[in-house]
Design a protein around this ligand. Structure first.
Ligand SMILES: C[S@@+](CC[C@H](N)C(=O)[O-])C[C@H]1O[C@@H](n2cnc3c(N)ncnc32)[C@H](O)[C@@H]1O
Ligand code: SF4
Length: 468
């Protein structure tokens, strides 16, 4: 069952006269909705955007001075954690990594030949686990990027890191490679939860990683936590959030556990009976949230926290916060180029996604073809709705009239979405005044649901659930 089907099911269950409600937050939050790291979302991507289309899009960038972001997806880990929803494969050997790095370098060449020497303002390594790449391979990929693109002075260079495999040698390689931000996968500090999710990583190990990174001058530090995992209690998640905050990372992501065993069969290793129910999930999220706020962090969007002096917090205050495939960002580059299996890019014309299967991606690159699986050319309506959804996900508010005006559209186009949100409005969850829609409280729990009312690709039956 995919996310859309779950939305439909929850919607069908909720389809009842408004008088029979009130809606409870936990019921609303239990409805699945996309995370909207793009609009349209990845299930709407089509094969009509293929290697030829991407090639043409890339060629239009040639000679442009628009800044670009690069995303490099390393699809390997040393072992697979049982909760993991990422596109990752386990390898204990280095041979697959050697082959992968060679192909990644070929892909960088294929793209750069078409796009030209763009100026890069953000470089992000995700995965999987980028720190499984041996140091010499990491360096060679970076050398190629520097040779083919122009890394802007002060460019952000971020790497997702599994602290269980962070050696002093890796830290030295990251520092020498000019890495400015490291994102540590933590998830939970409770030993019982760690055991239950197949990822044993004591607090002392994370603390040593943080200290080692700071000593090497790697100033930017993020941490990922997850709520909704087996055996978590309000006490344990409070303790996890407090310990994470005590290490003072600049940013903390607090993700809701996405249980999708039909897509990630290894999640069946988790004891479903030990998973928190929807009401407890809301409380877990709330408890972690309050702990981070009490520790002085500023809430950013639906699932991030930042120290008040961090760039994300200032971007929020300045109205410059953005959302993309990596979550919340200060990156406003109009071009995002994705490399590696499953990687998604965004160009002025639309989205493009690489082949997911590592072997298929590698074959395409070996044959000197851009390894594209699908994508989405953006229509004016997509851009309009995308702007509405991004605003709701970033600041829980949207100036509908202003966005319509900037996109040359009539605000009437939003009438069906507003009708759909009428029940939430009558019950005080959202307000509409002067063409501005505001989520009044519980923004993190409600933003995706409210945003989904503006999603033109969700079916009519799902979309009418909140209106009646
Ligand atoms: C690519 S991993 C981070 C780097 C490294 N692989 C690690 O785990 O330390 C990205 C993050 O996605 C989050 N994540 C993975 N599976 C998830 C799931 N099923 N639901 C919610 N978040 C998940 C975790 O917080 C994880 O740290
Ligand atoms: S959470 Fe990170 S380390 Fe664990 S399997 Fe997923 S990508 Fe790999």
């Amino acid at each position: 069952m995919d996310a859309l089907t779950r939305i439909k099911d929850a919607a069908a269950a909720a389809r009842q006269p408004a008088a029979m409600l009130p809606l409870r937050l936990s019921d609303i939050a239990a409805r699945a909705a996309p995370r909207y790291t793009s609009y349209p979302t990845a299930p709407q991507f089509e094969e009509s955007v293929d290697a030829q289309a991407y090639g043409r899009w890339l060629e239009t960038l040639s000679g442009s001075d628009a800044p670009a972001s690069l995303y490099l997806h390393v699809p390997y880990c040393r072992s697979i954690c049982s909760y993991c929803g990422c596109a990752a494969k386990a390898t204990l050997r280095d041979e697959p990594l050697v082959a992968f790095a060679a192909r990644l370098r070929r892909e960088i060449a294929l793209v750069a030949e078409r796009a030209g020497p763009l100026t890069v303002t953000h470089l992000h390594w995700g995965g999987g686990t980028p720190n499984v790449l041996p140091a010499d391979l990491f360096r060679r990929v970076l050398d190629d990027i520097r040779a083919r693109f122009a890394l802007a002075p002060g460019a952000e260079h971020a790497v997702e890191i599994d602290p269980r495999h962070l050696t002093p040698e890796t830290i030295a390689t990251l520092a020498a490679g000019g890495v400015t931000r490291v994102s540590l996968g933590v998830q939970d500090f409770d030993p019982a939860v760690q055991q239950a999710i197949g990822r044993v990583q004591p607090f002392e190990m994370v603390r040593a990683a943080v200290e080692g990174l700071r000593e090497a001058g790697l100033a930017g530090l993020n941490m990922d936590l997850i709520y909704g995992l087996p055996l978590q209690t309000l006490g344990s998640i409070r303790d996890t959030a407090a310990r994470a905050a005590a290490l003072r990372p600049d940013r903390i992501a607090l993700f809701g556990y996405a249980h999708v065993p039909w897509m990630r069969p290894h999640q069946r290793l988790l004891d479903e009976a030990a998973l928190p129910d929807p009401a407890l999930r809301v409380e877990l999220a709330e408890t972690a949230r309050e702990t981070l706020l009490d520790a002085g962090y500023v809430a950013i969007g639906i699932d991030h926290f930042a120290r008040p002096d961090d760039g994300l917090a200032t971007a929020l205050a300045d109205g410059a916060l953005r959302r993309n495939f990596q979550g919340y960002t200060t990156d406003d580059a109009p071009v995002l180029l994705g490399f590696g299996p499953t990687a998604i890019g965004r160009l002025p014309q639309g989205y493009v996604q690489n082949v997911a299967d590592i072997a298929g991606w590698g074959r395409a690159v070996d044959e000197r073809r851009l390894p594209v699986a699908r994508g989405r050319a953006l229509t004016p309506d997509d851009r309009l709705r995308g702007a509405v959804i991004e605003s709701l996900l970033c600041v829980f508010e949207v100036d509908l009239d202003g966005i319509a005006r900037r996109h040359g559209a009539s605000p009437d186009v939003f009438a069906p979405a507003l009708a759909e949100l009428e029940t939430l409005r009558r019950q005080g969850f959202v307000a509409l005044a002067g063409g501005r829609l505001t989520i009044l409280h519980d923004g993190p729990a409600l933003a995706r649901i409210v945003a989904s009312a503006f999603d033109a690709y969700l079916t009519t039956s799902a979309r009418h659930s909140l209106a009646v």
